[in-house]
Write a protein that binds this ligand. Structure first.
Ligand SMILES: Nc1nc2c(c(=O)[nH]1)N[C@H]1C(S)=C(S)[C@@H](COP(=O)(O)OP(=O)(O)OC[C@H]3O[C@@H](n4cnc5c(=O)[nH]c(N)nc54)[C@H](O)[C@@H]3O)O[C@H]1N2
Ligand SMILES: Nc1nc2c(c(=O)[nH]1)N[C@H]1C(S)=C(S)[C@@H](COP(=O)(O)OP(=O)(O)OC[C@H]3O[C@@H](n4cnc5c(=O)[nH]c(N)nc54)[C@H](O)[C@@H]3O)O[C@H]1N2
Ligand code: SF4
Ligand SMILES: [Mo]
Length: 719
């Protein structure tokens, strides 16, 4: 037996754990945490070893497929690309460019070729009907960053390793392993904060993270903005605000002080269920901490007032002096500067309301429309209707609101093309499926997650396996489609087509190398370079190749005002301040039982349920409910119950627990694999139900267009 080791980054979630893969010949023998990865130091979670299972999964699609009635036939790549380009071109010529829609899912962010090439597809399709997982996720953070900091991708990251006081609002990093806060080994990092100071979790459920924290506070779903306003009141009322050096480039503090006056903790308490004294203590302790930070994540986003909550989290960090300062919310200096490079690949600073969706008139954000309106754009007749869809690494039937309606919409399309290697709830509607190579057959570098990590690091992973003959990564698939489309469109060689050619010639590695060279640690950088770069002190792809465990580039550094495109922080942008009116209107609203989500360590959105060892054990697609609510409703533990909303109903087993507050129930998302035509053998054994069959496509944060997935009104009854 000849064993050799391969080192890479696990790309499955945002934590960027280093893995050591032991190879027996050309087979994977075992996978464990890489002790020599300077960032993750040996940590992995149960999903890491699944890299092997995903690679070897017999259900993974390896050749292009074309629908034939209820069946599929394998076709060669040239036939597949020609057919896709011709049909897309024909549909656009007959019905206009907007008749072709695009959905881009979450795994693209974990995929280097996609990150480099998908933006070209976004532009090359020339459609305004672009959708993505952003509007069921972090859109409110991007909205706040755009309006406050001048760039949608300028994310404040909690400086986890130096803070002494961490307040976590609407995140469960013990299960999710962190989001917009890449930090492998969450348990150790949180424990270290507790040794230095305090960790507080504010969440409608006493989560896995709450259990390893010093304090947990129950909060009614969707009321984060009220809580944060109450805290701001205390900060100004007790004279705890301090801008420090930020005062020189921060506008709007007086406007914030005036707003805060209106929201004493007693008023906030009525909405949030958090008592006024607790709100005062939360504010005082955070403001009083030398190194403190407030971290808000998806619980603050996918709710009715996501934009307000994301804004107010930033405001509190700024006015308590915990912004752009060690231990506070800071900004990364990534080796490939996605913010500078973003202009080059067409992502840009961001935009809002440049156009509106056809049916509901919802504003565009960053060139995209809210995904909650995708189904009606397909189903509603009239000029501008979507007749063809392209999906790329996503499963919106399970991951976006009212999945049943979307199921119906996809089934009605003239053409659907999916770039994906599974036949899942979404891609089963495709006419053509274009499967990229396995993630272990492509090079890897985390363009996105290095840019949102709690430390500056860089790591490149070589492909572990040669791609199979004719195998294509996502970038190559995109380019093939685009080049054919441009050729069919005819006329002069378009600039985009030239760009595509140039990109194709360069290839992924050389583009990455160029990105590193022009980045802050590259040849052009003046200033002190980290010792880890060696005597020459320049970061290139070769340096990363020589350091397969990754390179540490040091802690986060103060970066403002230089990193702000306009040089200033806007604390009180009118678009956000004006949305407070909508919040005030909900003050006396009656609220019944509401539904929230729940991530589980062994899942990853909708697509890890085909891995046997992750699916072992008891059914995890259960509805959590407080025993008091169960008593009032006459339902008992383990019973199957019906959960109903305005748009639909599902049946799931009940799990009673006092971990969840009364008036709230919780279901995980990503289940619901029982639909006809899905080819996920392991997942089908334990299909569960999809929570997004009952989330409502009309439920959006009216400001940002983000979907409301937490705080959905439901009724529960015995079956
Ligand atoms: N109710 C509720 N709904 C939610 C959420 C919630 O908390 N509650 N969370 C939301 C969030 S945060 C997100 S990000 C979305 C995710 O929503 P989506 O991005 O739509 O769904 P995923 O399950 O991530 O999609 C996985 C698909 O990508 C494919 N895939 C994996 N890797 C690759 C690759 O390298 N290339 C290609 N081409 N395909 C690949 C898989 O085969 C699978 O089909 O779900 C959202 N939905
Ligand atoms: N194991 C695993 N890891 C994952 C994923 C996965 O599916 N499984 N998905 C990945 C993705 S795409 C993302 S975006 C990240 C997300 O990472 P996190 O943001 O950490 O997501 P969650 O674990 O869903 O935590 C959200 C928390 O918000 C709480 N909550 C619900 N409603 C509200 C509310 O109104 N207010 C407040 N304050 N809290 C509320 C929920 O109870 C929950 O504990 O995780 C990533 N990591
Ligand atoms: S925590 Fe995330 S990156 Fe680390 S092993 Fe698990 S899935 Fe992979
Ligand atoms: Mo996400």
């Amino acid at each position: 037996m000849s064993l050799r080791k391969h080192y890479r980054t696990c790309h499955l979630c945002e934590a960027m754990c280093g893995v050591e893969i032991t190879m027996d010949g050309d087979r994977i023998h075992s996978i464990r945490g890489d002790e020599d990865d300077p960032f993750s130091r040996g940590h992995i979670c149960p999903k890491g070893p699944a890299l092997k299972d995903l690679h070897e999964d017999p259900d993974r699609i390896r050749r292009p497929l074309r629908r034939r009635g209820n069946d599929w036939e394998e076709i060669d790549w040239a036939t597949a690309f020609d057919e896709v380009a011709e049909r897309v071109h024909g549909i656009q010529r007959r019905n206009g460019n907007d008749s072709v829609g695009l959905y881009v899912g979450n795994p693209n962010a974990h995929n280097l070729p996609s990150m480099l090439f998908a933006p070209m597809l976004l532009r090359g399709l020339r459609t305004r009907n672009r959708f993505s997982a952003t509007s069921v996720d972090q859109l409110p953070h991007m909205f706040a960053s755009l309006h406050m900091l001048g760039h949608q991708l300028l994310f404040p990251i909690p400086d986890l390793d130096r803070t002494d006081h961490l307040v976590i609002l609407g995140a469960n990093p013990m299960a999710s392993n962190g989001s917009i806060m890449t930090a492998p080994g969450m348990r150790r990092r949180l424990q270290e904060i507790r040794e230095r100071g305090k960790v507080v979790v504010i969440d409608p459920r006493r989560t896995e993270t709450a259990k390893v924290a010093d304090q947990h506070v129950f909060l009614r779903p969707g009321t984060d903005a009220w809580l944060l306003l109450g805290m701001l009141h205390v900060i100004f009322d007790e004279d705890l605000a301090k801008l420090g050096r930020l005062a020189d480039f921060t506008d709007g503090i007086d406007a914030i002080a005036a707003i805060a006056k209106e929201f004493p903790p007693e008023r906030a308490a009525k909405q949030t269920g958090v008592d006024p004294e607790t709100i005062r203590t939360l504010a005082r302790e955070l403001a009083g901490a030398d190194r403190g930070v407030l971290y808000g994540r998806i619980g603050t986003c996918v709710q009715e007032f996501g934009g307000l909550a994301a804004w107010l989290v930033n405001v509190i960090n700024v006015v308590t002096g915990h912004f752009d300062r060690p231990g506070g919310a800071m900004f990364t200096t990534p080796a490939v500067d996605v913010i500078k490079a973003a202009g080059g690949v067409g992502i840009g600073r961001g935009s809002f309301g440049r156009w509106k969706s056809r049916v509901r008139g919802l504003p565009e954000f960053g060139g995209e429309l809210p995904v909650a309106t995708m189904a009606e754009e397909i189903l509603t007749e009239g000029p501008g209707r979507i007749r063809a869809m392209l999906t790329m690494a996503g499963n919106p039937v399970l991951s976006t609101p009212n999945g049943r309606q979307l199921d119906e919409a996809f089934a009605s399309l003239e053409l659907m093309v999916s770039i994906d290697f599974y036949l899942n709830e979404t891609t089963r509607h495709a006419h053509i499926i274009l499967p990229p190579v396995s993630p272990l057959e492509r090079p890897h570098y985390d363009l996105v997650f290095h840019a949102v990590a709690v430390r500056n690091t860089a790591k490149y992973s070589e492909p572990l396996f040669e791609p199979p003959e004719h195998g294509k990564h996502d970038g190559q698939i995109v380019l093939e489609i685009l080049q054919r489309l441009e050729a069919l469109r005819g006329g002069r060689l378009a600039r985009r087509s030239l760009e595509a050619r140039a990109f194709r010639r360069l290839g992924v590695e050389r583009i990455l190398d160029a990105g590193l060279r022009v980045g802050p640690y590259g040849a052009g950088f003046v200033g002190i370079k980290p010792k880890s770069l060696g005597p020459k002190g320049e970061l290139t792809l070769d340096v990363l190749r020589e350091n397969p465990h990754g390179v540490d580039l040091g802690p986060l550094m103060p970066a403002l005002p230089e990193r702000l495109p306009e040089g200033r922080i806007q604390l009180a942008p009118a678009v956000l301040v004006n949305d407070l009116a909508r919040l005030r209107e909900t003050e006396d609203r009656e609220q019944g039982l509401v539904l929230i989500g729940r991530r589980q360590l062994r899942t990853n959105n909708s697509w890890m349920h085909n891995v046997p060892h992750l699916m072992k054990g008891k059914d995890r697609c259960t509805l959590l409910m407080h025993p008091d609510d169960a008593k009032a409703l006459g339902v008992s533990d383990q019973a199957r119950v019906k959960v109903e909303s305005r748009v639909g109903s599902i049946e799931v087993p009940l799990e009673l627990t006092d971990e969840i507050m009364t008036g709230v129930v919780s279901l995980p998302h990503g289940f619901g694999h029982g639909r006809k035509g899905v080819k996920l053998e392991v997942a089908a054994e334990n299909p569960g139900a999809s929570v997004n069959d009952i989330t409502d496509h009309e439920g959006i944060d009216a400001l940002t267009g983000n979907a409301i997935l937490n705080g959905v009104p439901v009724q529960v009854s015995a079956l």
